[in-house]
Write a protein that binds this ligand. Structure first.
Ligand SMILES: C[S@@+](CC[C@H](N)C(=O)[O-])C[C@H]1O[C@@H](n2cnc3c(N)ncnc32)[C@H](O)[C@@H]1O
Length: 584
């Protein structure tokens, strides 16, 4: 998801398809004297580096999330003064210095933020795998703006209220960059993830706290290990020197010591060798040794690095999707389907087809395309979305109309459109990836949903609103589930222009979600279609043992008249102020 090209950028820099190719720009206009031409001096590499060095992180990026939390620890005024005085990079610590620090906070990415009263000036040290309240021994490996990055050497004084090292199930924990929280009881993980959502809305929504309802407790995953239905271990192609190493094994079943197949080592882009991953589903764990052995066997044929794929799947009956012969809930979950559900296989071919069941619904999609990675949590997620769409938290004599139409923007293989289909008369989905759209269309047939009721189209999410101009706006729900970078300006503009009665924003990046929700609430107050209020926000744990949290925000349109929609101030939706106290 993170690698999805930035649609906004592409659009801004590409001419419309029927426009002539742009001419190479002239450096100077012919009638402008040389000395006064507005020619931008070319930047040298070191100038560019200096500029990057002095620029603050890109808004809403992972670096920005860390930066804001460093500000919270040190105090915004202190940081502002350091920036103004140019002392923001004057670390009190040396490269490779060993220090004893006290952990004062956990960052949203799962790393700890530590400080030392003995440092010559207030400074944060960022260190993985430790918890607030702990005293830790660390070694600094990089100095940056107002903080240093360090490796954990040892936990000197553990926090017994949080840490339970007996819970750790993976031998690679604290070396592999995949998991951050295996030492934490599951309830604590859920609490920390709620804090992440609270901080995201505080730091990124730019909304008054009165507009943000109390963040609900994080929805747990039914499985805390063995849940991950997709893993992508990777490896680098051998270098010339490695190929020529006389110490290399002479048979193709033995793995040279320099050949690593796995995931990135914590805090680096270096691959570490991983033979097992206990958060992956059993069928993936069983398949991994053979997949690794195959990579070792073919090792010298690789010219470039490779990302392997292992996806948990139900067996795909021949031609089931194309002719709709295997029907989902309509087939009444017959004995064959039940038997198939009990047998899982591992798909390792990027061009293969994966089949999953979510509740009573079947989904098939290309192995290389997007589908949520924790099947166990999906029925609860879909049910929560359904329940919030039809809930009326503020019963009034003039209730909003019952939703009848659904728009699934960023629909992938059709998860929300299909699983919510019994509750709507008309459904439209849009998605950028053509293979995912083909899968969504097949999935509708696979689940016996008539094409007169549901349709999918490939395209930019913003384009869906033209296609559904006949949908009654107040009775329409828009489900948004964008990639990590969130929605772009044109999408939000179209969304507001349409004015759907309800918007459910599902997100794999709560920081961009908070930014976009803030934008929607503010801008909707300025238009004529009424204004949105934020009714609820809840984190979902799709990735136990990691710091990652997904989030569902529910927005409701207050009409300009009749539902108290007049006035410019953004107000909170479904939750009373009392419940809200002590939140953000
Ligand atoms: C987080 S996934 C959600 C998919 C689906 N809702 C699900 O739960 O399976 C985000 C999807 O948005 C698609 N996408 C990315 N940019 C898009 C855009 N500008 N317009 C439409 N879809 C886009 C990606 O291809 C990806 O399938």
């Amino acid at each position: 998801m993170a690698s999805t090209p930035s649609i906004g950028e592409t659009r801004a820099s590409s001419p419309p398809s029927d426009a002539p190719a742009p001419k190479k720009p002239r450096l100077e206009a012919p009638d402008v004297p040389k000395s006064t031409a507005a020619k931008q001096p070319k930047q040298s590499k070191s100038q560019k580096r200096r500029q990057q060095y002095s620029a603050l992180p890109e808004p809403c990026s992972a670096d920005d999330v860390l930066w804001r939390e460093i500000n919270d620890v040190l105090g915004a005024d202190y940081v502002k003064t350091a920036l103004a005085e140019g002392t923001d990079r004057q670390s009190p610590f040396e490269y490779h210095q060993e220090l004893e620090m006290r952990v004062v906070a956990l960052c949203s990415s799962g790393v700890a933020l530590a400080t030392s009263a003995e440092a010559s000036r207030p400074w944060v040290v960022v260190v993985p795998f430790c918890l607030p309240g702990e005293t830790v021994r660390v070694r600094v490996y990089r100095n940056a703006r107002m903080h240093s990055l360090a490796d954990l050497i040892a936990v000197v004084t553990p926090n017994p209220e949080m840490r339970d090292d007996s819970l750790v199930r993976c031998k690679y924990f604290t070396s592999c960059g995949g998991c951050q929280y295996q030492m934490l009881p599951y309830e604590k993980q859920l609490d920390l993830k709620r804090d992440v959502v609270v901080k995201a809305y505080k730091n990124f929504s730019d909304l008054p706290s009165s507009s943000v309802p109390s963040i609900e407790p994080t929805m747990p995953s039914p499985l805390q290990y063995n849940y991950r239905t997709k893993i992508t271990p990777h490896f680098e192609a051998p270098t010339k020197a490695q190929r020529a190493d006389p110490a290399n094994p002479q048979n193709d079943s033995e793995q040279p010591s320099w050949f690593k197949i796995g995931f990135n080592q914590v805090g680096t882009h270096k691959v570490m060798d991983i033979e097992d991953c206990p958060i992956a589903t059993p069928v993936i764990r069983e398949a991994l040794p053979a997949v690794r052995a195959n990579a070792v066997k073919n090792l010298y044929t690789y010219k470039r690095g490779v990302s392997l794929i292992l996806r948990d799947s139900l067996p795909v009956p021949p031609a089931s999707a194309a002719d709709g012969s295997t029907q989902g809930p309509a087939a009444d979950a017959d004995a064959l389907a039940t038997a198939l559900d009990e047998t899982h296989i591992c798909i390792t071919d990027h061009r293969g087809t994966v089949r999953e069941r979510v509740g009573g619904w079947l989904f098939e999609y290309p192995a290389s395309s997007f589908f949520q990675n924790n099947n166990a949590v999906l029925p609860g997620l879909v049910e929560y979305v359904r329940e919030r769409i039809f809930a009326n938290p503020n019963p009034s004599p003039n209730p909003p109309p019952t939703p009848t139409h659904l728009v699934d923007a960023y629909c992938g293989a059709g998860l929300f459109a299909i699983a919510l289909s019994p509750h709507f008369t008309n459904i439209a989905g849009i998605e950028l990836s053509a293979p995912s759209i083909a899968a969504a269309t097949r999935n509708a047939a696979l689940n016996a949903i008539p094409a007169t009721k549901i349709s999918f189209r490939a395209g930019d999410a913003a384009d869906i609103f033209k296609a559904v101009s006949e949908f009654p706006r107040r009775e329409t729900v828009v489900v948004i589930d964008p990639p990590r970078k969130g929605c772009d300006g044109p999408f939000i503009e179209q969304l507001l222009g349409f004015g759907a009665g309800r918007v459910v924003y599902v997100s794999c990046n709560v920081h961009t979600q908070a930014r976009d929700v803030g934008d929607i609430l503010r801008k909707s107050g300025q238009g004529g279609k009424g204004r949105y209020v934020l009714e609820s926000v809840r984190g979902f744990d799709l990735f136990p043992q990691t710091a990652h949290v997904e989030s569902v925000a529910v927005l409701r349109l207050l009409e300009a008249e009749g539902e108290g929609g007049e006035g410019g101030e953004v107000v909170m939706g479904g939750v009373g102020q009392k419940e809200k106290e002590g939140n953000v």
